[in-house]
Design a protein around this ligand. Structure first.
Ligand code: AGP
Length: 606
C-alpha cells in the first residue's frame, strides 16, 4: 500500500526522499510524489507510474533543492492512478501525503465546497489537506488536532505548512508511522526499511500522537497537545537484510533465507527438547482452558492457518476453524470466552486481521498474535504474542514469512497436545527433533536446485491450471496456487483432489496443466487415483512428492521429489519447489517478480 517518508536535516531532501521511497517500493504503488521546501516555498513534484518516472520528470524541471520535505508512493483507492491524483495534495496553507482511507470524505468534501474550496483530484486525501487548512489559524498542531477529530477511517499523514519552513508534521490513526532520529536530522516513514540507510533509532507513533520535526530534532505531542516522552526504539534489522545481496530478486533471496529464518524462530522457543512458549504468555494452564481455536488471517497467512488447523486437530484433538479475516469480522462469528483466536500476520498491520483481533477481544476471547513486524498494531494489541523472526520480507509474494508462520503453528500444536496430554513428553521430544532437522533438509533442497525451471517452462503459456492434494497436501496446494497466480498472472485454483469429480474435472483438458502434491503416505494411493483421472483426460501433470512415496510413472509427466521428513512436517519442505515454480514462471514471463501488478505488501485498508 502507500508509503510515506519525510525528512528534515542537512542533506539534500530530494535525495533522501527518493532513496527512502525506493525502499518502500515493495509495498506496491502506482504513482509517486514529493514536496520540498525550496527557497522558503513548498515545491511539489508528482507523477503517475514508478519512481523512475518521477525522477525523469524532475530531470526536466530540475530537482527541488532544499532540506525538508515529504514524499509518497500511492496505491490508488479513490481515483485512478494519475498525475493529478498522486500525492502530495494541498489546501491553502497545507501540503500533505496520506496512507489509509477517509471513510467520511464525501461529507467533508461537500462541507469544504460550501466553504468555497475547489478540488483538483478525486482523492479522499485532498479533503484532509483542505480540512486542516480550514482549521489552521496559525498553530499547526491545533489545526491537526481539530481536523483529525473529524476524520473517520484510517490515516497516517506527513504534513508541511507553508508558514513553517523546514518543519515537517506527522500524525497517525490506524495506519502505521515511525519517526526516525539521526544526528541533527529526523525522518518520518511508514516502514522501518525506508530509513535504515540513515538511522536505526525511531519512535513508534501511537494513534492520535502528533510529531513535529525540525532541524533540531523531533517533539511528540498527545492529542491534548501535551508534549510527551517516548521510548526510543532501535531496529534490529540492518540494511543488508533489506538488500538483494546478489540475488536477482528479493523473492529468491527470501526463499533461500528460509532455513535460517526457521532456526531463528524456533530455537528460542525450545528448552530441554520440548516447546516452551511461556515467554510469549502461553502456559499449559491457559491452553487447557480452550475448547475451540479460531485462526483468522488473510492470504498466505491464512494458508499457514490451514496447515495449523490440520496439525492442531490431528495432534491435539481440538477443533480449529480457519477464517478469512474480512469474512470473520462481518459474519457475527460464534466466538467468545473460552475460545482462543490466533491472528497470523507478517506485517501486523493488515486492516481486516486487526479488526478481527479487536472483535475477538471485545467478545471475551483470548487472542494470540503470530506476527513478523516488531511493534506493529496486531503485535501490540493481542493478549499473547509469538514473534516470527524472518527479518524484513520485501517481496510482495510471501515465502519466508509463511515458512516461519507454519513453524510456529507446529510448536503451538505440539504444546497444546502436550498440555492436553494427548501426546507424552517422549513424543513431544521426537516431534521437536524432527522439526529441528527441517532447516537442513530445506538447505539441501535449495543446494541441489530441483529443476523447477523446467516445470515453470511448461506453464508459461497456459491460461489456467489446478493444484490438487489431500489433507496437508491440499493445505499446501492453496499456498502453491496463490503464489503462482500473484506473480505469474496465470489463473490457478487449488482443489481437494477428492472433490474434483464433483464438477471441476470438466475443466480438465490438454490445455489445463495440473500440479499434484503427494507427500502424505496414508493418502497417497487415493490422490494418485485422482491424478490418473486428470492425466487420462489430457492434463500435463507435474508431480511434487516426497521420496518415500512411489508413484507409477504413467501417472505424471514431470516429477519433482523432496526428501521425506515426518509426514506432519512435509508442508515445510514441499512448499519450496512450489515457491520456486511460481518464481521461475514469473521470471520466464518477464513479470516484475517482487512488485506484482495491483498488489501491495501490507494491506492496511479493507
Ligand atoms: C501473499 O504472498 C501475499 N503477500 C498476501 O496474501 C499476504 O499474505 C496477506 O495480504 C496477509 O498479509 P499479512 O501477513 O501482512 O497480514
Amino acid at each position: 500500500m502507500c508509503g510515506i517518508v519525510g525528512y528534515v536535516g542537512k542533506r539534500s531532501c530530494t535525495d533522501v526522499l527518493m532513496n527512502a521511497l525506493s525502499k518502500l517500493e515493495y509495498r506496491g504503488y502506482d504513482s509517486a510524489g514529493i514536496a520540498v521546501f525550496e527557497n522558503g516555498k513548498i515545491r511539489v513534484e508528482k507523477s503517475k507510474g514508478r519512481l523512475a518516472d518521477l525522477a525523469d520528470k524532475m530531470e526536466k524541471t530540475g530537482r527541488p533543492e532544499g532540506h525538508a520535505g515529504i514524499g509518497h508512493t500511492r496505491w490508488a483507492t479513490h481515483g485512478e492512478p494519475s498525475d493529478k491524483n498522486s500525492h502530495p495534495h494541498s489546501g491553502a496553507d497545507v501540503t500533505l501525503v496520506h496512507n489509509g482511507i477517509i471513510e467520511n470524505y464525501k461529507k467533508l468534501r461537500e462541507f469544504l465546497i460550501n466553504q468555497g474550496n475547489t478540488f483538483t483530484s478525486e482523492t479522499d486525501t485532498e479533503v484532509v489537506a483542505k480540512l486542516i487548512s480550514y482549521y489552521y489559524k496559525g498553530d499547526p498542531v491545533e489545526a491537526i488536532i481539530a481536523a483529525t477529530k473529524e476524520l473517520q477511517g484510517s490515516y497516517a499523514l506527513g504534513i508541511v505548512f507553508k508558514d513553517y519552513v523546514d518543519t515537517v508534521f506527522a500524525v497517525r490513526c490506524e495506519s502505521p508511522l515511525i519517526v526516525g532520529i539521526g544526528k541533527d536530522e529526523s525522518y518520518i516513514a511508514s516502514d522501518v526499511p525506508a530509513i535504515l540507510n540513515y538511522t536505526k533509532d525511531y519512535y513508534l507513533l501511537e494513534p492520535g500522537e502528533i510529531a513535529v520535526l525540525n532541524p533540531y530534532g523531533a517533539k511528540i505531542y498527545d492529542h491534548h497537545y501535551q508534549c510527551i516522552e517516548k521510548e526510543l526504539k532501535t531496529a534490529d534489522w540492518d540494511m543488508d537484510a533489506a538488500e538483494k545481496q546478489g540475488y536477482e530478486h528479493f523473492m529468491l533471496k527470501e526463499i533461500h533465507e528460509q532455513p535460517t529464518a526457521i532456526k531463528t524462530t524456533i530455537m528460542p522457543r525450545i528448552s530441554d527438547g520440548l516447546p516452551n512458549l511461556e515467554e510469549c504468555g502461553i502456559t499449559y494452564d491457559k491452553l487447557l482452558r480452550y475448547n475451540k481455536v479460531f485462526v483468522v488471517a488473510c492470504g498466505t497467512a491464512m494458508h499457514a492457518g490451514v496447515v495449523g488447523k490440520y496439525v492442531i486437530e490431528k495432534l491435539a484433538r481440538v477443533p480449529v476453524t480457519v477464517d478469512i479475516a474480512s469474512e470473520f469480522r462481518y459474519r457475527d462469528p460464534l466466538v467468545g470466552e473460552g475460545d482462543l483466536v490466533i491472528i497470523i500476520s507478517q506485517s501486523g498491520e493488515t486492516a481486516d486481521s486487526l479488526a478481527a483481533l479487536r472483535l475477538s477481544k471485545d467478545r471475551g476471547a483470548d487472542t494470540l498474535a503470530i506476527v513478523n513486524a516488531k511493534g506493529s498494531s496486531i503485535a501490540r494489541e493481542a493478549d499473547m504474542l509469538i514473534y516470527t523472526h524472518a527479518g524484513p520480507e520485501i517481496a510482495v509474494a510471501s515465502t519466508k514469512a509463511y515458512m516461519v508462520q507454519i513453524a510456529v503453528m507446529y510448536l503451538l500444536a505440539f504444546e497444546i497436545a502436550l498440555a492436553k496430554k494427548v501426546i507424552d513428553e517422549d513424543e513431544g521430544k521426537r516431534l521437536i527433533k524432527e522439526l529441528e532437522a527441517v532447516p537442513d533438509v530445506i538447505q539441501k533442497i535449495l543446494e541441489e536446485k530441483p529443476d523447477t525451471q523446467f516445470a515453470a517452462s511448461k506453464l508459461i503459456n497456459t491460461d489456467s491450471l489446478l493444484y490438487i492434494g489431500r489433507g496437508l497436501d491440499y493445505a499446501l496446494s492453496m499456498e502453491g496456487s496463490l503464489k503462482l497466480k500473484e506473480i505469474s498472472y496465470i489463473h490457478s485454483e487449488s482443489y481437494a483432489a477428492g472433490e474434483l469429480k464433483h464438477g471441476t474435472i470438466s475443466l480438465i483438458s490438454d490445455s489445463m496443466p495440473v500440479i499434484a502434491v503427494v507427500t502424505q503416505p496414508d493418502l497417497a494411493l487415493k490422490t494418485v487415483s485422482n491424478i490418473k483421472e486428470v492425466k487420462a483426460r489430457g492434463a500435463y501433470v507435474i508431480l511434487v512428492c516426497s521420496d518415500n512415496i512411489q508413484v507409477d510413472e504413467e501417472a505424471y509427466d514431470y516429477k519433482l521429489t523432496v526428501p521425506a521428513v515426518d509426514s506432519l512436517l512435509m508442508p515445510m519442505t514441499a512448499v519450496v519447489p512450489l515457491q520456486l515454480i511460481a518464481y521461475y514462471t514469473s521470471v520466464l514471463r518477464g513479470n516484475d517478480v517482487d512488485k506484482p501488478r495491483n498488489l501491495a505488501k501490507s494491506v492496511t485498508v479493507e
